[in-house]
Design a protein around this ligand. Structure first.
Ligand SMILES: [Zn+2]
Length: 189
């Protein structure tokens, strides 16, 4: 998350808290002038965040589509809900881990995955590139070397050694290889 976005997000949180305390926040209550004023401020910051996200996703999509090293882009068919739930369900409840999980959840939501995917797809139509989605099941937990599934892998494990074949794996690179393999395996079927 960019610093600017973080700043806007913090302001949004403060305004949200203030709004909930004002007269007019409850259903059926007549909205006070201060509530209306705060709500306007809230909407303004909210649209600022949307604009930043929109601009950033345009930039990411453009940079992916302008790269001539490849012709096909394969993404995981991510359900944001599932991803955020997965971070919620982690068992380590230490203070530090909770903070990390919270920031991870925020980052996932903040990225606007669906928005990025739809921008990529729309823009790709004007190029020779293709964009595909694959099933994201076990893309991180599967060893790309021997296909062993490591059920003990945690979200915080950025690097790991396969307990089956001993290969040392970088989480993101390993998942990328699995995503690519999954796409080509489906083509063969
Ligand atoms: Zn392995």
């Amino acid at each position: 998350m960019t610093k600017l976005m973080q700043h806007h997000n913090n302001n949004l949180k403060i305004l949200n808290k203030k709004l909930s305390l004002k007269k007019g926040s409850k259903k059926g209550e007549i909205k006070s002038n201060s509530y209306i004023r705060l709500h306007k401020q809230y909407n303004k910051i909210y649209s600022k965040i949307s604009n930043i996200r929109n601009y950033r996703n345009h930039m990411i999509a453009n940079s992916l589509l302008n790269n001539n090293d490849y012709n096909t882009i394969i993404l995981e068919d991510l359900s944001v809900k599932k991803m955020t739930e997965r971070t919620k369900n982690q068992t380590d409840h230490s203070k530090q881990n909770t903070k990390k999980k919270r920031s991870m959840r925020r980052n996932i939501l903040d990225m606007g995955w669906y928005d990025l995917y739809s921008k990529l797809q729309t823009k790709a139509k004007k190029t020779t590139k293709n964009v595909f989605k694959v099933n994201p099941a076990y893309t991180s937990k599967t060893c790309s070397n021997c296909n062993h599934i490591n059920h003990n892998l945690k979200l915080s494990d950025r690097e790991w050694t396969c307990p089956n074949c001993g290969k040392y794996l970088n989480r993101d690179i390993n998942a990328s290889i699995n995503i690519k393999n999954s796409f080509f395996n489906n083509l063969e079927k």
